[in-house]
Ligand binder design. Structure first.
Ligand SMILES: [Zn+2]
Length: 276
C-alpha cells in the first residue's frame, strides 16, 4: 500500500494572528501527535502567522518537519493581484528561510485556489525558487477545482512539480477528494480506507488538516471565504477530526515530508495550451 505524507495548513481563521491565539496551542498539539505517530510532516505556513509566532516556526523545523509556504494572508489566488503576490511571496519566503536557516521550496495555495483562472502564479512561484506546489484540486466538486488536471504528480511547463490533492476517481467526471478537510471528516472511514487501498502506485498521497480542526472546544464562528453550510459542517467535524487523522496515519505507513518526495516519479509535463 502507498505511503502517505501528513500535511498541516498553518493559519488562523480569526485573521488576528495573536501570538497567544488558540491556533498556537493547537499546533503544539499536532506536533505532539506527530511525535506519537513517529511522523515527520510538512507544515504550510501563512506568512502573517510566521511573523507573529517565529518561535513556533523554529520549533516545528527543529522537530524535523518541513516548513513550506501557504500565502501571506490566506487570500485565494483568484482574488490576488500579481504584483502584490510576487512582492509578499518573495518577502515571506526570505523571512521563513532566515528564521529556520533552510531553503523553503514548497507552496500551497489558500483553499487549493490554483485553478485555470490563476495560472499566472506558476511562473512567479518557480522564479522565486519554489520547487513544488501542492495547490491543485483535480475535481469539479469545489469552486476552486481544476477538473482536468492530472491526479498523479506532474510538471508545470517551467519544471515546477505539482502534487495534486488525492482524489478517488469514481467516474471520468466524478473525482472525490477523500484524504483531508471536510471530505475526510464527513465520509465513512470504511470508504476512505477502501479508496486508499485502491490508490495507484504512481500517486503521491497526502492528508491535510488545520490547527482549528483540532479545537473541539471553541465556540462556533463563521469561517472567512467559506459558505455558511460548509463553515458549520467544519465546526461540527472538529469533534471527529483528530480521530479521523489518527486512523489514516495509523493504517498507512507515513511517508516523509513532501520536499523529500520530489524524485523518483515519471512526470508528465502538462501543456497549458491544451484545454485544462
Ligand atoms: Zn489554508
Amino acid at each position: 500500500m502507498s505511503q502517505i505524507t501528513f500535511t498541516i495548513d498553518l493559519e488562523d481563521p480569526t485573521a488576528r494572528y495573536a501570538p497567544d491565539g488558540r491556533h498556537i496551542a493547537m499546533t503544539r498539539r499536532i506536533l505532539d501527535l506527530c511525535d506519537e505517530m513517529r511522523c515527520r510532516a510538512t507544515f504550510f505556513v501563512v506568512g502573517k502567522l510566521a511573523q507573529s509566532a517565529p518561535k513556533l516556526i523554529q520549533d516545528i523545523a527543529a522537530r524535523g518537519h518541513e516548513i513550506a509556504y501557504h500565502s501571506h494572508a490566506h487570500v485565494p489566488l483568484t482574488q490576488e493581484n500579481p504584483a502584490r503576490f510576487r512582492e509578499q511571496t518573495h518577502a515571506d519566503k526570505h523571512g521563513l528561510e532566515q528564521l529556520i536557516g533552510k531553503p523553503v521550496v514548497g507552496y500551497r495555495a489558500p483553499m487549493f485556489s490554483l485553478t485555470p483562472r490563476s495560472l499566472w502564479t506558476v511562473a512567479i512561484l518557480a522564479e522565486l525558487g519554489f520547487r513544488y506546489s501542492s495547490s491543485v484540486m483535480p475535481t469539479r466538486l469545489s469552486r476552486f477545482g481544476f477538473p482536468n488536471a492530472p491526479t498523479v504528480p506532474f510538471e508545470w511547463p517551467n519544471g515546477m512539480i505539482e502534487f495534486p490533492l488525492p482524489v478517488a476517481t469514481l467516474h471520468k467526471n466524478l473525482r472525490v477528494p477523500y484524504l483531508g478537510g471536510i471530505y475526510l471528516y464527513a465520509l465513512p472511514g470504511v470508504l476512505t480506507h477502501r479508496w486508499l487501498r485502491q490508490a495507484k502506485p504512481e500517486e503521491v498521497l497526502w492528508t491535510y488538516t488545520h490547527p482549528y480542526d483540532f479545537d473541539s472546544a471553541e465556540p462556533y464562528k463563521p469561517m472567512p471565504n467559506t459558505a455558511r453550510g460548509i463553515s458549520m459542517a467544519l465546526w461540527l467535524a472538529r469533534q471527529v477530526a483528530e480521530q479521523k487523522i489518527r486512523d489514516v496515519l495509523k493504517e498507512q505507513l507515513t511517508a516523509p515530508p513532501l520536499n523529500e518526495r520530489l524524485t523518483g516519479h515519471q512526470l508528465t509535463r502538462i501543456d497549458l495550451g491544451k484545454s485544462l
